[in-house]
Design a protein around this ligand. Sequence first.
Ligand code: HEC
Ligand code: HEC
Length: 296
Amino acid sequence: MSNEVEKDKLSGTDTTGHEWDGIKELNTPLPRWWLYTFYACILFAIGYCVLYPSIPLPWGGHTEGLLKFTNRKAIEEDLKANAVAARPQYASIAARDLDAIQADAKLRDFAVAGGRAAFAQNCAPCHGNSGQGAKGYPNLLDDVWLWGGSLDQIHQTIRFGVRNANPESHQGVVMPAWGEAAKNPPQVLAAAQISAVADYVLSLNHKDVDMGSAKAGQAVFAENCAACHGENAEGNQDMGAPPLITGVWLYGGDKASLVETITHGRAGQMPAWSERLDEPTVKMLALYVHQLGGGK
Ligand code: HEC
Ligand code: HEC
């Protein structure tokens, strides 16, 4: 066997030296364009690995690359740039009181938009995406307010919350547990009395009930409930005792829910947001909630 590469006579191409029954294998070179593209890809990959995070390390993590680029960092920079752009508005919101912000249409729009975003992040889990509320979490769209619906009252509620450890939070009173001797020893009601007073509350909301039972319930109400909920069940905002005549319910207005509330008591809590959010954000939230529909 000679060392010289044999050329195929017909095509002039080198052969590999392999031969089967007189058929020889040609050593056709790769097309140039393909080869250079291939080299370019290798160069690109090496360049990429040097510049960008890419190669996993056996002890965890990965190489960072000379540029130290990450998408997270890019987003953080974007957010920072946005925050800087919004700084004048934040400063105006921090400096002005709520009425002044509301009087300035442009600033108010900015605040409401900011409040909407902060609401989605912080409040929606309890109050619902659009503030519609859920059992135990008040609807913020209607004009029935536990703690007041003026801009300042809403601001106060959001800043300090309800029945929490913050000394400035609304403490009011709690709804006693009338059916549990252990929780409310001196003045427990019998099951029949609870049923009767629930019927009375239903009758105040124009529901069909046994009128005899409702009449008996009226006496129970006057004696035990009126002190907090008011003689005509109109509610008392200082105590946080809701009106029982609006048809709007925090814990449900059917007979079973009423009996449950009266039997076991209630004490809704809301966090103090001034402990978690900066003051301009809390102001923006107040303006947002106020314009949801029920603001006074
Ligand atoms: C010590 C004051 C107090 C007394 C007395 C009291 N309540 Fe309440 N009640 C409250 C408070 C405060 C709430 C609101 C609790 C909350 O926000 O979690 C409430 C809530 C309720 C609710 C729930 C309302 C809703 O929107 O779901 C009902 C129903 C109710 N009370 C009925 C009664 C009845 C009937 C009596 C008398 C047997 C009574 N309450 C006596 C303070 C009181
Ligand atoms: C952990 C659940 C929870 C979260 C989160 C929460 N709230 Fe509340 N919020 C409540 C409860 C419960 C009440 C009712 C307290 C009571 O029974 O009096 C309430 C009451 C309120 C009230 C008073 C409503 C009225 O009728 O007077 C406002 C206003 C309010 N929340 C706004 C907000 C805003 C704004 C946020 C977000 C920054 C927020 N809440 C986040 C649970 C929550």
